[in-house]
Design a protein. Structure first.
Length: 188
């Protein structure tokens, strides 16, 4: 089995720390300590902490979307089933011990100016998730696939926030029950 490069090791450890503790609260010293590298090694791979934050957001985007899509497609057989199965995939995520909300919502809050590269990358992640929902809605035969995707996305985003902020581990189940109404209306 191949060992991770120092750069991958740094990004992987930084992702864990940023997700759990936040971006601004996590110092470079802590990242270096947990990754088992020196500051010099970190700065050989990244010009700044901001560059490292961007790298972790890119990794999280790739891992998260891959997982949600794989889980959604495994839980739902037809495109219509998948429109609701995505809520089951989120329910699984919300009930993980290390669940700390959405890294992209957190990043957008910590880097609030809309022209901040971290905010831009977070918005791009959200756009790609809506696009995935739009593809499912189109394949399910929704009359207005983009409208349905937007409705379901709002339910998912609300469930994510409720699960994280209020600790409501059943938020995805509640959102799924509401989503069924939209799916029936859009696809019948």
């Amino acid at each position: 089995m191949a060992t991770a490069s120092k750069k991958e090791q740094i990004v992987t450890e930084a992702l864990k720390l940023f997700y759990r503790d936040g971006f601004n609260a996590t110092g470079v010293e802590r990242i270096c300590s947990d990754a088992g590298v020196s500051k010099k090694t970190l700065y050989n791979h990244f010009n700044s902490k901001d560059d490292l934050v961007l790298a972790t957001l890119r990794l999280r985007d790739r891992l998260f979307r891959s997982r949600i899509m794989r889980d959604t497609e495994g839980l739902g057989i037809t495109p219509r089933d998948r429109l609701l199965a995505i809520f089951d995939a989120h329910d699984n995520w919300f009930n993980e011990e290390e669940f700390s909300g959405c890294m992209f919502i957190n990043a957008a809050a910590e880097f609030s100016p809309q022209d901040n590269p971290n905010h831009i990358l977070s918005a791009e992640h959200k756009r790609l998730m809506r696009e995935y929902l739009g593809g499912l809605a189109l394949a399910a035969g929704a009359k207005e696939p983009q409208r349905l995707a937007s409705q379901l996305n709002l339910l998912l985003e609300g469930a994510i926030v409720d699960a994280h902020v209020s600790g409501n581990k059943d938020a995805a189940k509640l959102a799924k029950a509401m989503a069924e109404v939209f799916v029936i209306e859009a696809c019948d």
